[in-house]
Design a protein. Structure first.
Length: 202
């Protein structure tokens, strides 16, 4: 019977389409011995360095916003944030901040963190790893800690269209390639990173 035949043909075709292709698992290039992986905790000195940097930045940010408003506070961020960050580094522990959506192009992730930062992308902080580390080929260690978006951050990293004109003008003047807007509270804004030297100098 032609109708019956057609029925079976359709059935088997549908079944065929639903058969999953055999899984192909190719190792990704970074999934070698030196891939960044989530960890439960970081060494105390690394956490302390991140805490201090975060504290200093927040303190200066809030003080300047209160004093001159967010638009003018951008100038302080521009000069002081890199200084405060550099000041946190020691001869054996380099510290920095980075993001997948950069404002300051000088805040590029170190080579070992690039893939991780890209893969984590723009998501909610709560939705994934907050701490990570990697054994570096040179014998050192890399560390990362997630930076979340708090309400105070939205003045300068919130929805671009909602930023006041004066602030947007200052941003585009100082950071023509600014990608650090359109964040919401609770978003993953970026990462503190630290790199420990293999052999501490005395
Ligand atoms: C007054 C405006 C302003 C506020 C408020 C602000 N930022 Fe920024 N942010 C900047 C500027 C300007 C830079 C670029 C300067 C730098 O750090 O090198 C920056 C850079 C950053 C970076 C480094 C990565 C990059 O894109 O260059 C991170 C991470 C960051 N901000 C997170 C935050 C967080 C988290 C908050 C809230 C606690 C916040 N910011 C609040 C202006 C602001």
């Amino acid at each position: 019977m032609p109708t019956k035949l057609a029925f079976f043909a359709v059935l088997s075709l549908a079944a065929c389409e639903r058969t999953p292709a055999a899984p192909v698992t190719l190792p990704r290039p970074t999934e070698s011995a030196h891939a960044v992986a989530a960890v439960a905790e970081l060494p105390a000195d690394v956490s302390a360095a991140f805490d201090q940097l975060q504290g200093h930045l927040k303190e200066r940010l809030l003080a300047e916003i209160a004093r001159v408003g967010p638009a003018a506070a951008i100038d302080v961020c521009k000069t002081e944030a890199p200084q405060l960050t550099a000041a946190q580094s020691t001869p054996t522990l380099r510290v920095g901040r980075t993001s997948v959506a950069l404002r300051n192009p000088a805040n590029q992730p170190p080579a070992w963190a690039q893939q991780w930062v890209r893969d984590q992308g723009r998501r909610k902080v709560a939705g994934g790893a907050k701490l990570a580390s990697v054994a570096l080929p040179n014998g050192g260690t890399g560390y990362l800690r997630a930076i979340g978006v708090a309400p105070v951050c939205l003045a300068c990293h919130g929805p671009g269209a909602a930023l006041p004109d004066a602030l947007r003008a200052r941003l585009s003047e100082s950071y023509p390639a600014d990608a650090a807007v359109d964040f919401a509270e609770g978003d993953l804004r970026g990462w503190f990173w630290a790199e420990r030297e293999a052999s501490p100098s005395k």
